[in-house]
Design a protein. Structure first.
Length: 193
């Protein structure tokens, strides 16, 4: 192969504000994690779901099929724009640029999903997020946490720390229904008491 041909096979570097900054579209492990997450949902259908940390909408697109209404929150404008485009044909899915725990939606939900977002909170923010999630999760509603268990420089906590903090809310506020490790991801499912 000639050197010039090899150069054509090398993809150009991503733009500064990449459309998919986390490379979720290319990662098979994210698709597997999302499939495990969907399989973990205790109910076939939810009336009103909240997704905290919707990113580019890969899991949102799957989750919507099990919800009458879905609100996806994402603080990154570029990721949110990508999610809106991905789910543009789904009128029961709404998107908001909101950074929990600083802000939280007003309504209540029978399903709350936190995927990866908790790892970017510090301990004070995690405690406030727990309070806000409990305030907006209906009795009998489900809370699903799924996080990578590794650590990067921009993450303040790892998945185990986030999940263990929510486990401490049992048995007073939550009942633990399911917990598992799938590769490098941890998943826990709770029910609001």
């Amino acid at each position: 192969m000639e050197p010039s041909s090899a150069l054509l096979l090398t993809p150009p570097p991503p733009p500064r504000e990449a459309e998919d900054p986390w490379h979720f579209d290319a990662l098979g492990c994210v698709r597997s994690r999302d499939d495990v997450t969907m399989a973990s949902l205790p109910r076939a259908r939810y009336r009103s779901a909240l997704e905290i940390g919707g990113a580019i909408g890969l899991l949102t697109e799957k989750l919507q099929a099990r919800c009458d209404a879905l609100l996806s929150l994402e603080p990154s404008e570029s990721a949110r724009a990508r999610a809106i485009h991905r789910c543009r044909h789904l009128p029961h899915v709404r998107f908001q640029r909101m950074d929990v725990p600083d802000l939280a939606p007003e309504q209540t939900f029978d399903l709350t999903l936190v995927s990866e977002r908790g790892a970017y909170w510090n301990l004070r923010e995690l405690a406030l997020a727990q309070q806000r999630i409990l305030e907006h999760l209906e009795p009998g509603g489900h809370l699903v946490l799924v996080h990578w268990t590794g650590q990067t420089r921009d993450m303040r906590l790892n998945g185990h720390e986030v999940h263990d903090a929510f486990r401490q809310l049992t048995p007073r506020h939550l009942r633990h229904l399911r917990g598992e490790m799938e590769g490098t991801y941890r998943l826990d499912v709770f029910e609001r008491l």
